[in-house]
Design a protein around this ligand. Structure first.
Ligand code: MTE
Ligand code: MO
Length: 164
């Protein structure tokens, strides 16, 4: 029975091109693997952004997708929900398929603090990112470098205070 299921699944979805997805992990209650399709479960927002790249100049794109904050809250980061201050210890590390890597702070996207409407885009310029993987969209950024494409991992981590 298991063999039959495996055979029919591979017919529908060739193992050579599985839908791109990201691993959500770290100091959270619900680690998960999320495909672009899974990201449609949250309310979809839209953003028209322009950003400058040091090598290719100004680019303008239209993105659609859920708020990063909504997706991360569903994973229940390990902070004390009763203390706003506690959330300010957390970092968000985002990695692309090519290893490009950048950090955000929780305070930056939290509606009580920076309120940045950062998206995990499921589509760019009307084209679904199902095969490519989701893209980070930061309407507040002047430069393009944190608009990480083909995201493979997001880690939410409590920063450990160093020294005295
Ligand atoms: N995965 C990944 N995403 C990335 C980058 C990258 O090197 N890898 N470069 C960033 C930079 S520097 C810019 S300006 C924007 C736009 O880059 P593009 O011109 O390659 O689309 O994507 C960003 N996202
Ligand atoms: Mo860039």
């Amino acid at each position: 029975m298991t063999e039959g299921l495996a055979a029919s699944t591979s017919e529908v979805e060739p193992v050579s091109s599985p839908p791109a997805g990201l691993v959500l992990a770290g100091d959270i209650a619900h680690p998960a693997r999320l495909t672009v399709r899974d990201l449609h479960a949250w309310p979809q927002r839209e953003a028209r952004v322009s950003f400058e790249c040091a090598t290719s100049g100004v680019q303008c794109h239209h993105f659609q997708g859920p708020l990063l904050h909504d997706v991360l809250c569903a994973a229940e980061p390990d902070f004390d929900p009763a203390r706003r201050k506690d959330r300010l210890r957390f970092l968000i590390a985002v990695t692309g398929a090519d290893g490009h890597h950048a950090l955000l702070s929780w305070g930056e996207i939290d509606p009580d603090f920076g309120r940045a409407p950062v998206l995990l885009a499921t589509a760019m310029d009307g084209v679904a990112l199902d095969r490519h993987g989701p893209q980070l969209v930061l309407p507040q950024d002047r430069c393009g470098a944190r608009h990480i494409s083909a995201i493979t991992a997001i880690r939410v981590e409590a920063h450990v205070r160093s020294g005295a």
